[in-house]
Ligand binder design. Structure first.
Ligand SMILES: NC(=O)c1ccc[n+]([C@@H]2O[C@H](COP(=O)([O-])OP(=O)(O)OC[C@H]3O[C@@H](n4cnc5c(N)ncnc54)[C@H](O)[C@@H]3O)[C@@H](O)[C@H]2O)c1
Length: 322
């Protein structure tokens, strides 16, 4: 059974911790923050309240949001004082294992023994941090993305000791804050960074090989497949394009770039099982009949047309000087 959560503490109220605290307060949780010392924590609270007002004035938060945040966010002073009544503690201190281990130990010495404890680590496997946590069935990675007030996805990583009830409780908290949690295995880089860094690595290769400039790579990514990514993941996109088409494209890549870009066995298997994507109603993401296919195509067209309007409204992103 999932745990009822009302009081949340964020330890490490820097860039990420601050945004996480705002997001949880906006979801109606009573959020206490703590940082390296009381003064830093007080400064963080002032910054977060001021920033929330600015976000509201800019129309980025709904009217009344900054008031909600002001009502629900407070400075806990010391870590010990901040966590003593918490139902859920999210750690967001420096990405240094020893710092995280000592902060997690400190949290566990005072927090209620059944308080859920999450870490916002981007890269450290959960099993490396877990030894610092007493009652490790309540511990997991809860990895928010930057900027936390505006990016909805959160990666969850359980250790082999984390209970299902812990995962369910955190997913409920995230849903109440308009966030979507997805659980992934305890591997370095998890999913988000593994995919993001694979893209960056190949983008660097393209520039190093003089295939395109930095500017042109960015233009192509944001105006073509990147344009789709706010709505669909790589599997949904492959279903729309045709799994057989993608499998064949990989053959060209394999000829040119070797095994690194050979057709993945998962894709080969789908195609040999007759799963070609929405065109034959059998996709890697699921089955489609005529009605669900039409709905998907209509949604896709609307999404891309609206995206184009949004981009026209916003204008180009500010560029750095060369
Ligand atoms: N910045 C990003 O884009 C991003 C994205 C996702 C996850 N993360 C992860 O979030 C965590 C925090 O990153 P950030 O970018 O917010 O860093 P940050 O430097 O802005 O914030 C870290 C905060 O932790 C505090 N802190 C350090 N040691 C402490 C201690 N012993 N006790 C209490 N507080 C302490 C610092 O004073 C600071 O306010 C890291 O694990 C990072 O990998 C960062």
């Amino acid at each position: 059974m999932s745990k009822e959560i009302t009081d949340v503490t964020v330890v490490g109220a820097g860039y990420m911790g601050g945004g996480i605290a705002q997001s949880l307060a906006l979801g109606g949780y009573d959020v206490t923050i703590a940082d390296a010392d009381e003064e830093k924590s007080a400064q963080a609270l002032n910054r977060l309240l001021k920033e929330a007002k600015e976000f509201e004035n800019q129309g980025l938060f709904l009217p009344g949001s900054s008031e909600t945040i002001a009502q629900h966010l407070k400075n806990g002073g010391s870590i010990e004082n901040a966590v003593k009544n918490a139902d859920f503690v999210e750690e967001a201190v420096f990405e240094v294992p020893d710092v995280k281990l000592s902060v997690l130990e400190r949290i566990c010495r005072t927090a209620p023994i059944d308080a859920i404890i999450g870490t916002n680590t981007s890269t450290i496997p959960v099993h490396i941090l877990e030894p610092a946590v007493t009652n490790p069935e309540r511990f997991l990675t809860v990895h928010f993305s930057n900027p936390a007030p505006f990016i909805p996805g959160v990666e969850l990583v359980a250790s082999d000791k984390t209970s299902q009830a812990t995962i369910d409780s955190v997913k409920e908290v995230l849903a109440r804050c308009g966030r979507e949690g997805a659980q992934v295995a305890d591997k370095p880089g998890m999913v988000l960074n593994r995919l993001q860094y694979a893209l960056l690595k190949e983008a660097c290769n393209v520039v190093e090989e003089n295939v395109a400039t930095v500017e042109d790579v960015d233009t192509i990514v944001r105006t073509t497949f990147g344009f789709r990514l706010g709505f669909f993941g790589p599997f949904a996109i492959a279903d729309q394009a045709g799994l057989d088409v993608y499998a064949n494209c990989f053959k060209t890549f394999e000829d040119a770039y070797g095994k690194r870009l050979a057709t993945p066995p998962l894709l080969k298997e789908e195609v040999s099982d007759g799963r070609l994507g929405i065109k034959n109603g059998k996709g890697i993401t699921g089955d489609f009949d005529a009605e669900s296919k039409n709905e998907l195509v209509a949604y896709r067209n609307k999404a891309y047309a609206k995206m184009q309007l949004l981009l026209a409204e916003l204008g180009p992103a500010p560029q750095g000087h060369s």
